[in-house]
Design a protein around this ligand. Structure first.
Ligand SMILES: *Cc1c(COP(=O)(O)O)cnc(C)c1O
Length: 400
């Protein structure tokens, strides 16, 4: 397939998905961001600086680890791309360092971001401290209560956490409030989007900063195995860790790309976040994508045991890749996910994030499709340290 470098087009479209469905007043800021992106992304000095920071500060390249005991258990060769070993415990650092560096070049001195579970807020707070930029994080009131640990971590890093009392008091309202704040502070503030969502150029920007995952992975697997993997599996919330791992393999038709959504309490309950699998086309946060919505187009409440996958939409590029049959979409329930979480912890001594455990759980479900010499890479997007409060409340994890 001849795909890489062709999307999005100049107006930010991936086929019919994506675009810039933003208020007129935001357009100059989005255009300014596109201009800066075009100026810097291919600039050697910028790329060098970005790479250096990720290397010295975050610990890249992250290992591609052959999980021998898990492989033995599943009947194929399983490699884990260890994004959990990044500073901050997840892939999110790649994006925040990239965007904050770009913002700095643009002369911005402040960052504003939204957060749901608090993971992106935490990552943004890290970047804010690193670059000496004042950081505000908008967070739903309900999420603030649920995620006290992350709120505290952000505050330790000097970020201001602003409670959002509107709407569902969770992520989607935090995005709305964050964007509203940005509109009145455009001259000195960069809005640091947390995933490959939002109006153009965000899905492009975030993908390019997360591509480092797939670039490293390609080089590492060729060194280790002398060939490309049969499949790469990643969980999908907004889609940033997945597109980061997938992108440099899209032209390689022999590599299956598999995105896994959160089926929560089950596909046929209304407690899940299966936006790609069950959503309909709609516009949210400036972009056309598959969305979980009711018959009147109101956004549905979503559910997942992992707060990081709890988003009613999914990035426009994933929607397009699904449409052109280049992305396979799977799902894992909360129960399947907890099982996978437990298995990796016991077999490999690695406690995975609940988000990443969805990808592991789906591999378990389809393992019979692979033979013992087949290579499957799971993108281990983050560490489970942040999830222990949730985990320990599940009966199967009570330790006697
Ligand atoms: C935030 C998060 C996700 C989901 O976000 P994507 O943009 O879909 O990658 C997945 N895994 C971890 C560990 C996260 O923190």
């Amino acid at each position: 397939m001849d795909y890489i470098g062709k999307y999005p087009n100049d107006s930010g479209k991936f086929g019919e998905f994506g675009g810039m469905f933003a208020p007129e007043i935001l357009m100059p800021a989005l255009n300014e961001l596109s201009k800066a992106y075009n100026k810097y992304i291919l600039d050697e000095t910028f790329q060098k600086e970005f790479t250096q920071i990720l290397r010295n500060y975050s610990g890249r390249p992250t290992p591609l680890y052959y999980a021998a005991r898990l492989s033995n258990d599943l009947g194929c060769k399983v490699y884990l791309k260890r994004e959990d070993l990044n500073h901050g415990g997840a892939h999110k650092i790649n994006n925040v360092i990239g965007q904050a560096l770009l913002a700095k070049k643009m002369g911005k001195t402040k960052l504003v971001a939204e957060t749901g579970a608090g993971q992106h807020g935490f990552a943004t707070a890290i970047a804010g401290a690193y670059f000496g930029m004042k950081t505000k994080v908008f967070m739903g009131e309900i999420d603030i209560k649920r995620q006290a640990y992350n709120v505290y971590r952000m505050q330790l890093l000097g970020a201001e956490v602003i409670p959002v009392k509107l709407g569902s008091k969770t992520l989607k309202d935090a995005v709305n409030e964050g964007l509203r704040y940005w509109i009145s502070h455009l001259n000195d503030t960069h809005y640091l989007m947390g995933s490959v969502v939002g109006p153009h150029p965000y899905p492009l920007l975030v993908r390019e900063f997360q591509r480092v995952i797939g670039k490293e992975l390609k080089q590492q697997i060729l060194e280790l195995e002398g060939k490309l993997p049969n499949a790469i599996i990643a969980c999908i919330g907004g889609g940033s860790n997945a597109i980061g791992a997938f992108y440099d393999f899209i032209n390689d038709d022999g590599v299956q790309l598999i995105g896994v959504e959160a089926a929560g309490e089950g596909k046929d309950t209304n407690k899940h976040s299966i936006a790609l699998g069950l959503g309909r086309r709609g516009v949210l946060h400036g972009s056309l994508m598959y969305l979980l919505q009711n018959e009147y187009g109101n956004i549905l409440e979503t559910h997942s045991v992992s707060a990081g996958l709890d988003y009613p939409g999914v990035g426009p590029e994933h929607c397009f890749l699904k449409e052109i049959d280049r992305l396979r979409v799977g799902e894992a329930t909360d129960t399947e996910t907890l099982e996978a979480f437990k298995r990796l912890s016991l077999l490999e001594g690695i406690i995975p994030a609940l988000e990443s455990s969805h990808a592991l759980a789906y591999l378990e479900k389809i393992k019979d499709e692979f033979s013992k010499d087949d290579i499957v890479v799971v993108n281990l997007s983050g560490s489970g340290s942040k999830d222990l409060d949730i985990i320990k409340n599940h009966v199967e994890f009570k330790i006697k």
